[in-house]
Design a protein around this ligand. Structure first.
Ligand SMILES: Nc1ncnc2c1ncn2[C@@H]1O[C@H](COP(=O)(O)OP(=O)(O)OP(=O)(O)O)[C@@H](O)[C@H]1O
Length: 264
């Protein structure tokens, strides 16, 4: 187990209030959230719709500036993406929910991946052609090299998500933030992508922050789980403990609701 965390989020606060909402005392979207993530672990943030999961993820990636709180990456405080160094921007990559919408449909897979190296030349392949590096990356995410010449619009949802993951990996990230990354996929494709992510994490020493509302997904992917409810973290536990011995009443409700769905 590594001693120091890769990511430390402390007392994060985000709201989207209008002046009138603030005066009326509307609760914050994220209200004092703190957690840490080791360089080699997968932490799932789980909770019902509107609990603030995506907002936390967007803060970590730098797409949302918090009103309060600190995010540290490798020990150093990091701000929104416009204020991050290229190295930090590269090291934290996001995989989105809708794989088709996160890729330009008219671009070939080869151009999608090459573009990342043009933006971040420090991690562009050296000593071999980009073509060979792209073939290898596609192999790493379980795609045939022939996919490189296809346009994103011609790919299935599962293939698009694999390309999104390959695009992220091309930048040699240390943290992958996956926001409902399998929710839009069929259940069998979901499992394949989750297995792929678990394998990549082990092979590449990646940390993964996985946002999901689905406890079945949590069970498959997470080492630890943070449960969000109305903007706050109500419980953080190892995945085994959470499923065996849920501590917070809201966690118990979530687990019971998931069991009801399984049994339905
Ligand atoms: N850009 C925004 N403008 C205004 N309100 C927002 C914005 N983004 C999020 N919110 C609000 O913040 C709260 C938390 O939203 P968030 O998307 O983080 O929750 P979530 O748990 O990820 O839910 P979901 O799974 O439905 O996306 C919600 O009340 C949402 O309506």
């Amino acid at each position: 187990m590594s001693a120091s965390p890769l990511v430390e989020v402390s007392d994060l606060v985000v709201n989207f209030h209008t002046r009138r909402e603030r005066r009326a005392g509307k609760p914050n979207a994220v209200d004092g959230v703190s957690f840490a993530l080791r360089p080699d672990e997968t932490l799932a943030i789980v909770g019902e719709s509107g609990s603030g999961k995506t907002t936390v993820a967007r803060c970590v990636v730098g797409l949302q500036a918090p009103q309060d709180g600190v995010i540290r990456f490798d020990g150093a405080a990091i701000g929104p993406v416009s204020k991050r160094s290229p190295a930090t921007r590269r090291a934290i990559q996001m995989v989105f929910q809708d794989p088709a919408a996160s890729l330009n449909p008219r671009m070939t897979v080869r151009s999608i991946i090459s573009e990342t190296w043009r933006t971040h030349p420090s991690v562009a392949p050296e000593g071999r052609t980009w073509e060979a590096a792209i073939d290898e990356l596609l192999g790493d995410v379980g795609l045939d090299p022939g996919v490189a010449d296809r346009r994103a619009a011609a790919l299935s949802g599962g293939q698009c998500q694999r390309v999104s993951i390959a695009r992220a990996l091309a930048l040699r990230p240390r943290l992958l933030v996956c926001d409902e990354a399998v929710s839009a996929l069929d259940v069998s494709v979901q499992s394949q992508i989750l297995r792929l992510l678990a394998g990549l994490r082990a092979a590449r020493g990646l940390a993964i922050l996985f946002i999901t509302h689905d406890l079945g997904v949590v069970r498959q992917i997470a080492d630890r789980v943070a449960v969000m409810h109305r903007g706050s973290l109500v419980e953080t536990a190892t995945a085994d403990d959470l499923f065996e011995r849920p501590g917070h009443p809201y966690t118990k409700t979530l687990l019971e609701a998931a069991l009801d769905l399984e049994g339905a």
